[in-house]
Design a protein around this ligand. Structure first.
Ligand SMILES: [Zn+2]
Length: 140
C-alpha cells in the first residue's frame, strides 16, 4: 500500500507541473491506478470562461476511459500550493460512477491523507433501475 501510494503521488506530481491554471494558480495533478496496475494521470485545465475549467481528477478519468480502462483501485490527488486538496463534489460523483470503494490519497499543504471515496461521498446519485438495466444490456 505504501509503495503504491508513493508511486501514485509521484505520477500525480509529475503531471501537476503541466497544469494549465493561469487564473487561479492552483496546480493540481491526479493519477488513477487501474485494475491492471496501469497509471493514468491528468491535470487541471482552466478556461477564461471559468465554468468550463476541468478538474485534474475528471481529466484523468476521461483519459482512462478513452484508453479502455473502467476499473480503478486508487487515485492520488496533489497540489503544490499551501492549500489543502480534496476532490470537488462533481469529481467525487464521477469517480463513484466507476469505483465507489476507491482509495483516495490526497497530498497538499505538505500533508498526506488517505480516505475512501465512500467516506468522501457517502450517498452518491445512483441511476434508477431502468437506466442500469439499459447500461448493462448495451455494455456502454
Ligand atoms: Zn473536481
Amino acid at each position: 500500500m505504501a509503495q503504491m501510494d508513493e508511486d501514485l503521488v509521484a505520477a500525480a506530481r509529475e503531471v501537476m507541473v503541466r497544469s494549465y491554471s493561469p487564473y487561479s494558480g492552483y496546480r493540481v495533478g491526479a493519477a488513477l491506478l487501474t485494475a491492471d496496475g496501469t497509471v493514468v494521470s491528468g491535470c487541471n485545465v482552466e478556461s477564461v470562461s471559468y465554468g468550463l475549467s476541468m478538474c485534474a481528477e475528471r481529466v484523468a478519468v476521461g483519459r482512462a476511459i478513452a484508453g479502455g480502462y473502467r476499473e480503478f483501485r486508487a487515485i492520488a490527488v496533489v497540489t503544490d500550493g499551501s492549500e489543502d486538496v480534496t476532490p470537488c463534489g462533481a469529481c467525487r460523483q464521477v469517480l463513484a460512477e466507476f469505483a465507489p470503494n476507491l482509495r483516495v490519497v490526497l497530498e497538499g499543504a505538505g500533508e498526506r491523507r488517505v480516505r475512501s471515496l465512500e467516506s468522501l461521498l457517502p450517498e452518491p446519485f445512483e441511476a434508477p433501475p431502468n437506466w442500469r438495466a439499459q447500461r448493462d444490456e448495451t455494455g456502454t
